[in-house]
Design a protein around this ligand. Structure first.
Ligand code: ADP
Ligand code: MG
Length: 279
C-alpha cells in the first residue's frame, strides 16, 4: 500500500531560540486508508504535529509529503485541501447560523458553484446523519451533534485525510461514540485516512496503529494490542485508563494474578466471574 503521509526528521520550534523544540526529529509514514491514533501527555507535541501535516506550521527542518507531494510554500494550499481538521471545542467550530450554512461555508470559500454546493452539503449531512437537522441553529445541538456537523463541514470538502485533534474530549461517552462511529462509517465508504489524537482508550482502540509522543518525540508505535499491553505505563503515555484496567491494577496490588491483555468491561466481568469469584 502506498503512503499518503510521510514525515522525515521533522524539527519544529515555536521560538527560534527555544532550547526545547516542540518536535524533535519526528519521522513516520501513514498508509492510505489507515487509521492512526496519536497519544501522549498534554504538551507532548501532538497538535503541533497535526498542524505541520497540513502546513499550518512549517518545520524548521525535515521533509513532509502528503499525497505524494512535498509540502512547501508552493503547494501548501493543495495539501491543506487534502487534510481536514476537526478540533476539540465543538462551540468554536461554527461560522454559520444554521447547520447547512455552516457546512456550506468551506465550499463557498473554495468557490464551489451553488448547485454543486447544495449537493455536497446534503450528501455530507447525510453521511453524519444530521440531514434531518439541516435548518437547526448549531447552538441548539448536543456536543456530539455539533462535532458531527463539524465533520460534515470537512467531509463536504472531500479531503483524503481527516485529523481529529481531541475532537471527542469535550463530549460525554454517548457523544464520543456518535463521533467515532460516524468516522468509521465514512471511512468504510471512502477509504479515508484518519489520524485521531486522543486520551480516550476506546477511541485509540479503533486505530490500526498507535503513535506515542513524549516531549516532542515519537517514542513508541504499534498496534493497539501491543501498546495497551503496557498496563500502568499507559497513564504515563497520556491515556485515561478505563475502569477494567484500573480494576486490574488494584487486584494486582492485592496479589491477584490478572490477565496481561486489555480487557473490555464485558470480558472483565466474565473473567472475574469465572476465575476469581468461583475460587
Ligand atoms: P499537545 O497537543 O500534545 O498538548 P502541543 O503541540 O500543543 O502539545 O504543544 C507542544 C509544546 O509546544 C508545548 O510545550 C507547548 O507549550 C508549546 N506550544 C504549543 N503552542 C504554542 C504556541 N502557539 N506558542 C508557543 N509555544 C507553543
Ligand atoms: Mg493538543
Amino acid at each position: 500500500m502506498e503512503s499518503i503521509i510521510e514525515l522525515k526528521n521533522i524539527n519544529f520550534n515555536y521560538q527560534p531560540e527555544d532550547a526545547d523544540p516542540a518536535l524533535k526529529d519526528v519521522s513516520f509514514s501513514i498508509k492510505k486508508g489507515e487509521w492512526v491514533a496519536i497519544i501522549g501527555h498534554n504538551g507532548s507535541g501532538k497538535s503541533t504535529l497535526a498542524k505541520t501535516i497540513n502546513g499550518l506550521l512549517l518545520p524548521a527542518s525535515g521533509q513532509i509529503s502528503v499525497g505524494g507531494k512535498e509540502l512547501n510554500e508552493e503547494n501548501v494550499w493543495d495539501i491543506r485541501r487534502m487534510v481536514g481538521m476537526v478540533f476539540q471545542n465543538p462551540d468554536n467550530q461554527f461560522v454559520g447560523s444554521t447547520v447547512e450554512d455552516d457546512v456550506a461555508f468551506g465550499l463557498e470559500n473554495q468557490g464551489v458553484p451553488r448547485n454543486e454546493m447544495v449537493i455536497r452539503v446534503t450528501d455530507a449531512l447525510k453521511k453524519v446523519r444530521m440531514d434531518h437537522l439541516a435548518t437547526r441553529e448549531p447552538a441548539r445541538l448536543s456536543g456530539g451533534q455539533k462535532q458531527r456537523v463539524a465533520i460534515a463541514g470537512v467531509v463536504a470538502l472531500r479531503p483524503d485525510i481527516i485529523i481529529l485533534d481531541e475532537a471527542t474530549s469535550m463530549l460525554d461517552p454517548e457523544g464520543r461514540e456518535e463521533v467515532i462511529s460516524t468516522i468509521q462509517e465514512i471511512k468504510a465508504e471512502s477509504n479515508l485516512t484518519v489520524i485521531s489524537i486522543t486520551h480516550d482508550i476506546d477511541e485509540a482502540a479503533n486505530a490500526n496503529r498507535i503513535l506515542v509522543m513524549r516531549q516532542g518525540q515519537l517514542v513508541d508505535e504499534g498496534t493497539p494490542e501491543k501498546i495497551f499491553s503496557a498496563g500502568t505505563e499507559l497513564i504515563e503515555m497520556g491515556l485515561d485508563l478505563p475502569f477494567p484496567e484500573k480494576l486490574k491494577i488494584a487486584l494486582k496490588e492485592r496479589g491477584i494474578d490478572v490477565p496481561q491483555e486489555y480487557l473490555t468491561e464485558e470480558r472483565m466481568v466474565e473473567w472475574l466471574w469465572t476465575s476469581v469469584l468461583n475460587k
